[in-house]
Design a protein around this ligand. Structure first.
Ligand SMILES: *Cc1c(COP(=O)(O)O)cnc(C)c1O
Length: 275
């Protein structure tokens, strides 16, 4: 059995969660998913900086620093012999008698575990099918909140339509996927929704922005509508687990895997190799 981190301790046995935990009752918490390549955390610091930001935005006070979290994860990765896998980190506001208001006293509950996971190479090579659908989420998508019902319903809708992801539209504007950021390439430039309250500013998105700058490819943080999506030269999505994944079909329209997407994939690969 693998080692997990739960509330300050490294445990091998199963753990128990209080049914009054606010994560369980309200989705009152935040999370991160971090990638491990060859036993090393990829952009771990950036993920924990974002975790601390998400916590601050919902007023959960955390004692641990980025370095503390990094040390916990490095120990889990080593003890569980993770070579290629993921780390899941979640923090809830803790347990208290059910009441919407923040409890006067509750300790945050932290749970971190690791698991093996191969890179989704087939989708990265051939592309994936996506659907378009209304963005039915709340207005603080910049927080990586445990509240994922809108995301869950839309991803399920994509699956039922034979796709793997849903590109979401708010008032006709493309925001992002349910667990990924969305981009189009038009005349050699990359376009993606600005990092505001309507999207989660992906760490992978930030790596892509750096790669684009290094290669001299314009990276334009400007929103675009559904017509622009369908008129794109290339479309791709990104996240920690799918890296840079081309889109080969949106609803009924096919798209080719294009050269800008492939260049970004190569640049991303180099960032992994440089770990
Ligand atoms: C986590 C997430 C992403 C991707 O973020 P990464 O840091 O690149 O993994 C994009 N959109 C949503 C809604 C997410 O939850």
């Amino acid at each position: 059995m693998s080692v997990k981190y739960f509330n300050g301790e490294f445990v091998k046995d199963s753990i128990s969660i209080d049914p009054n935990d606010r994560g369980y009752q309200f989705g009152d918490g935040i999370y991160e998913v971090i990638r491990v390549y060859d036993g090393k955390l990829f952009t771990g610091i950036e993920h924990f900086e974002r975790l601390l930001r998400s916590a601050a935005e919902i007023q959960i006070k955390l004692e641990q620093t980025v370095d503390d979290y990094m040390a916990i994860c490095e120990r889990l990765v080593a003890e569980n012999y993770i070579q290629n896998g993921n780390i899941y980190v979640q923090v809830t506001r803790g347990a208290a008698v059910r009441n919407h208001l923040f409890p006067e006293s509750s300790e945050p509950v932290t749970f971190i575990y690791t698991y093996d996971s191969e890179r989704p190479v087939q989708g990265m090579k051939e592309g994936v099918k996506v659907i378009t659908t209304d963005d039915i989420r709340w207005l603080r998508c910049d927080i990586k909140s445990l509240n994922l019902l809108g995301n869950v319903l839309n991803k399920q809708k994509a699956k039922e339509a034979g796709g793997t992801e849903a590109i979401q539209l708010r008032e006709g504007i493309v925001t992002e996927g349910t667990s990924s950021n969305a981009y189009i390439v038009k005349e050699g430039a990359i376009y993606t929704h600005p990092a505001n309250n309507l999207i989660l500013n992906g760490i992978t998105r930030q790596v892509i922005k750096t790669c684009a700058a290094e290669m001299g490819i314009p990276f334009i943080e400007q929103s675009f509508d559904k017509d622009a999506l369908f008129a794109a030269d290339e479309i791709f999505i990104s996240s920690t687990s799918i890296e840079v994944t081309p889109v080969n079909q949106v609803d009924d329209q096919p798209f080719a895997v294009g050269p800008v997407t492939q260049k970004l994939q190569q640049a991303f690969e180099q960032k992994i190799s440089a770990l």
